[in-house]
Ligand binder design. Sequence first.
Ligand code: FAD
Ligand code: NAD
Length: 327
Amino acid sequence: MTIAVIGAGIAGAACASELVKQGLDVVVFDKGLSAGGRMSSKRTPDGYLDLGAQYFTARAAVFKRQCENWLTLGVITPWQGRLAIYENGTLCASPDQTTRYIGLPSMQKPVQQLLQQVKLNSPCRVDTIKYDGTHWQLYSDEQHLGHFSQLVIALPQQQAAMLLAEHLLQQPQLQALFNAEALLPCWSVNIELDAATSVPFDGIFVKGDNAVSWLARQNSKTGRAPGEQWLVHFSPAFSQLHLEADAAQISKVAVAELQRLLGEDISVMQTLCHRWRYAQQAPDYPVHSHIYRTDLSLGLCGDWLNGGRVENAWLSGYQLARALSYD
Ligand code: FAD
Ligand code: NAD
């Protein structure tokens, strides 16, 4: 049995890693230059910047064990960021006991660790999949990538829908997964300042009716670019409304919002803007864990099926692998 996994984010990597541990033959395909997906930090000449996932927490025992293993291997570390909350026009300290992990020196490190013993074909965008009743055939730019007895699709919902398009027409149960949007967008802007701010916080949860939802001081994280670097994440509502806006315009708003929320004047050296089309879980999308269709030799996993966090994405991939290998 040879299994193809499309997508080398944390979900695809967790799935592939577990399948290989069960002695199965697995090939992972990813369109990116390297593995990581939305957990990828951006490499700059000065160091890494986290534009996507900021940190992750661990609640399930099985994921806590995975984190212990990553800690031992030195690919993650706890982030000691001082937390605050901005609410009703006020910024105040909001410390808690939660352990928040970051990849070391970049967010994609734990994903890459999972794939160490796995065949990874990247960059390789899979654009066509065909099922002949016993095998899946995969293609990229009309080039045949191989035939596989099982297929795992570990992509964001909208990208999975594109690949599965013609198959969904004949599968109303699968189609139902794609009727409502699971993932909403997020505009992300890194702002490099020419002097340190005096705000005594490194991560700020912004509540209420604000355009921004999260601020973080990148240089409070081990391994990230030095200098005063603030990351701004916009809310799903703002990001959806301004999805097609110009990056320069979004950066301008981010600078104004950072100044307003921190409550002090800032002097900007440069900004870096990224639009994540598929970022955070729509609040009313149901949780499925993963999907496994034995009749189609097909599995689906990813954060969108399990609640839009790193831990949930990992669990989705891991649980799919368990279902597949016990079949
Ligand atoms: P992805 O990481 O999206 O992986 C899918 C992979 O598929 C990608 O590597 C992509 O290159 C590849 N791919 C796509 N199409 C193809 C194709 N046709 N062929 C081949 N490969 C393909 N979670 C937290 O827990 N904490 C946070 O602080 C946090 N902050 C976030 C902030 C932002 C801005 C975003 C975007 C996400 C954040 N998340 C956070 C969510 C977290 O990043 C995701 O839940 C998780 O990384 C999703 O993993 P995944 O494997 O399901 O998907
Ligand atoms: P978590 O437990 O740190 O946070 C969960 C939520 O609890 C936060 O969003 C915040 O609203 C609240 N919270 C936690 N600690 C707080 C504190 N000390 N003071 C005030 N409020 C606090 O982390 P998690 O459950 O692992 O969730 C992952 C994080 O990733 C969340 O913050 C989520 O919003 C974020 N996320 C962002 C995107 C995006 O696109 N921007 C996508 C997915 C996830």
